[in-house]
Design a protein around this ligand. Structure first.
Ligand code: CA
Length: 230
């Protein structure tokens, strides 16, 4: 169960109702505002943990509301748009929404998106910790500068390659399944091909192993996943 409070700003009562139902079922506390003005009144009293915001709203529209809210808070926002509002949708992201869903959407999909945004923010906050340098015999990995060296020379890693290596190396000998890696490195995005993990492991081996065909650090655990051997 989560004690997180979500404000749903939606002027279609039936949609507001079904979205609230799914969010409540997922353990969130839900409040609904039927237009932009009502949302402002609620937000002026208290900023919730999350806002789901319909773009086309009476009184104050979603974009203006986002702008207004961003002056006050970094609360995560998912914007709900209709297809014809494509251009506004992009503007919405630039204006500070964290993600968007396009109508018609499945309420379950929306719940997954909310969770993904919360996870991403949780990770970003955790990443704001102090610099951590992991050192192994020939490899060093610096958490803040994201610099990896092998035998004293810096190697260039892509963002995801770094995230995966850092995750595995932070938990030496712990086996991660493909699904866990997809979840932790890619945020569980459903459109990512599971083969992506294999490709990233192969590229990482080419960069950090002296003999990529017979790796010493980044090991395959057959039938399960991958682990980092210090
Ligand atoms: Ca609407």
């Amino acid at each position: 169960m989560s004690d997180k409070r979500i404000l749903v700003v939606e002027d279609e009562p039936s949609l507001a109702e079904v979205v609230s139902l799914y969010l409540k079922r997922a353990g969130f506390q839900v409040q609904v505002a039927a237009d932009g003005k009502q949302a402002m009144n609620i937000l002026e009293k208290q900023i919730p943990d999350f806002v789901i915001l319909d773009l086309m709203l009476p009184e104050v529209d979603g974009l203006s509301l986002t702008r207004w809210l961003r002056d006050r808070s970094n609360v995560p926002i998912i914007m709900v748009t209709a297809r014809r509002e494509e251009i506004d949708r992009i503007a919405g992201l630039e204006m500070g929404a964290d993600d968007y869903v396009v109508k018609p959407f499945s309420p379950q999909e929306l719940v997954s998106r909310v969770r993904a945004v919360l996870r991403r923010i949780g990770r970003e906050q955790a990443g704001a910790e102090l610099e951590r340098v992991l050192s192994f015999d020939t490899i060093t990995i610096s958490s803040l500068t994201r610099v990896v060296t092998v035998k004293g020379s810096q190697v260039e890693l892509t963002a995801k390659e770094f995230d995966m290596l850092y995750l595995l190396a932070r938990h030496p000998k712990q086996v991660f399944t493909r699904d866990q890696l997809l979840e932790r490195v890619w945020g569980g995005a459903a459109y990512i091909d599971p083969g992506t993990v294999t490709v990233h492991v192969r590229r990482l081996r080419e960069k950090i192993e002296s003999d990529p065909s017979s790796p010493k650090h980044l090991l395959t655990v057959w039938g399960v996943g991958y682990k980092f051997e210090p």
